[in-house]
Design a binder for this molecule. Structure first.
Ligand SMILES: CC(C)(COP(=O)(O)OP(=O)(O)OC[C@H]1O[C@@H](n2cnc3c(N)ncnc32)[C@H](O)[C@@H]1OP(=O)(O)O)[C@@H](O)C(=O)NCCC(=O)NCCS
Length: 136
């Protein structure tokens, strides 16, 4: 599949929760990551979807502390549509909305091989901590 960015429609706050979003996660995430629920998205600053002729091919969630900080989560592009610039477009759209809403700092964490991807989205390096609390 050759993805032309001109064919991609980005939507802010698209009605996307449920099966459609989980189907995208099932093909995009090798580790069985669960798609965020409607309850999770209700607490978000915003989320952005990407569609090609109506079909969901991309997603990003931007969480918020309610103030100056926002957090990019669950950046996802369908494997058939990768390396066409769509992931960067999604993150940039989420960040633009965060800026519009007065956010000053946008955080993200990622595996080392995605450093170039988040650099392309405008993120610089930072030391950060992460604590995993697995469900009991
Ligand atoms: C990470 C992901 C969202 C990237 O989406 P994408 O649409 O392919 O990204 P883009 O086309 O916008 O990439 C822009 C640049 O980022 C870098 N990049 C993107 N994916 C990369 C990868 N897997 N490895 C190394 N560099 C990568 C490249 O420099 C790329 O530019 P190039 O194609 O000209 O070389 C996608 O691979 C994905 O959904 N992965 C599975 C889920 C995941 O791990 N999400 C990240 C959560 S933190």
């Amino acid at each position: 599949v050759t993805t032309r960015l001109a064919d991609v429609e980005l939507r802010l706050g698209d009605a996307v929760w449920g099966r459609e979003l989980q189907d995208l996660f099932d093909v995009a995430w090798p580790d069985g990551t669960r798609a965020p629920s409607g309850r999770v998205l209700d607490a978000s600053l915003c989320w952005v979807t990407a569609r090609v002729r109506g079909a969901l091919v991309g997603f990003v969630n931007v969480a918020t502390d309610g103030g100056a900080h926002a957090f990019v989560l669950d950046t996802t592009v369908h494997p058939d549509h990768r390396r066409a610039g769509l992931g960067v477009r999604l993150v940039e759209a989420g960040v633009a909305e965060a800026r519009r809403r007065g956010v000053e700092w946008v955080h993200v964490d990622f595996e080392p091989h995605l450093e170039a991807f988040y650099a392309a989205c405008g993120f610089g390096p930072s030391s950060a901590g992460l604590l995993h609390l697995p469900p009991a």
